[in-house]
Design a protein around this ligand. Structure first.
Ligand code: PLP
Length: 357
């Protein structure tokens, strides 16, 4: 059974908004979109040229460049406002409010639960044990799946634990869910994990979707560019229900620039530095004041348990260092998540915790 049969019926038969830029026509005099004919760049304002015009819903050159970067065919890719938007649209496409559910693990990235809540989908999780390094038991995860499960989402490396769930299990899980549910693998941090992306599998597995983003390794969080990699019918489906012009022109230009060969070379070097810094900071933190445990991480962050998370959080803030407090989450008592910064920022963190050699 095609997974499209699992889409909400009213979405399956939905006619998308026919925006002016989707018409396929072009002309030198454009009077089709009720835009202003004046370009603010001509008024001497410090803005990019062409902002008086609506952008392309899916800029072809950017799509092709992203497809090359992620080694998929352009037909397998939809580009939107960060991977957050793709998560939200997938839930809206598949989950009937008050009926369907989505399955994941806990702890994990908080936006899945929010998007489920907004759509009225139930949120089911398999609790992972910190004492077991957040290990995942696939059979127990699949036991949560029922006839109304539309999406199973795995964040790998997982935020905030840093745990990597990649490997043969991705294909095994997708096959176990075939025709029933979409397996979404959120690879927001995969560049720091030293493993192959699951993107190579989307060509063969029609119920696998992979989320990628330029927000992390590519240093473009402010541009809001993310990609959904999936079977063409899933990529098309998301494109049909997305806002008419999801990508601001400036953001598309920034993304294009960040994917130039020289920029990619810089990004690769920074990924290597971040990985080296992650390992250096993790090793040093063990000597830090109040540190109880540092979990291994495949992301650009570390999950750290302290004797007193609130006290350490405030101490760091006093030293001008902001980290993320996860201590209110079940199973994460005492935990702070610390992003890996530049070497001098990491040195400041270690010094503030008395963890220098
Ligand atoms: C696991 C995970 N997925 C997705 C996102 C959101 O990424 P984007 O900026 O592409 O929306 C984040 C942001 O922190 C994240 O941690």
């Amino acid at each position: 059974m095609s997974l499209l049969a699992r889409v909400r019926p009213e979405i399956a038969t939905f006619t998308p908004y026919a925006s002016a830029r989707r018409s396929g026509f072009d002309a030198s005099v454009r009077l089709d979109a009720n835009e202003s004919p004046w370009d603010a760049a001509d008024d001497g304002l410090a803005v990019a040229r062409g902002l008086n015009r609506y952008p392309s819903p899916q800029p072809e050159a950017l799509r092709r460049r992203l497809a090359t970067l992620y080694r998929v065919d352009a037909s397998n890719l939809w580009v939107g406002r960060g991977s957050d938007e793709a998560i939200d649209l997938l839930l809206r496409a598949f989950c009937r409010a008050g009926v369907d559910n989505i399955v994941s693990v806990a702890p994990t990235f908080g936006m899945y639960r929010i998007a489920a809540r907004l759509q009225g989908a139930a949120w089911r999780t398999l609790d992972l044990a910190p004492d077991d390094d957040f290990a995942l038991d696939d059979a127990r995860l699949l036991a949560l799946v029922d006839d109304n499960t539309k999406i199973v989402v795995l964040c790998s490396p997982n935020n905030p634990s840093g745990t990597l769930f990649h490997g043969e299990r991705i294909e095994r899980l997708a096959r176990a869910l075939a025709g029933r549910a979409l397996l979404v693998v959120d690879e927001a941090y995969v560049e720091f994990a030293g493993v192959a992306s699951a993107a190579a599998l989307v060509e063969h597995l029609p119920n696998l979707a992979v989320l990628r983003t330029l927000s992390k390794a590519h240093a473009l969080a402010g541009a809001r560019i993310g990609a959904l990699l999936a079977a063409p019918e899933i990529a098309d489906l998301v494109g049909r229900i997305a806002a008419p012009y999801p990508l601001p022109s400036d953001s598309a230009h920034a993304a294009f620039a960040a994917l130039e060969p020289a920029a990619l070379e810089r990004t690769r070097a920074r990924i290597a530095l971040t990985i080296a810094e992650r390992e250096r900071v993790a090793a040093a933190l063990v000597r830090g004041r109040g540190v109880v445990r540092v979990w291994p991480s495949a992301g650009n962050y570390l999950l750290v348990r302290f004797d007193d998370a609130t006290a350490r959080f405030l101490e760091l803030l006093d030293a001008g260092i902001l980290v993320r407090d996860f201590s209110a989450q079940p199973a994460l008592a005492g935990c702070l998540r610390i992003s890996i910064g530049r070497p001098h920022e990491n040195d400041a963190l270690l010094a503030a915790l008395g963890a220098t050699a």
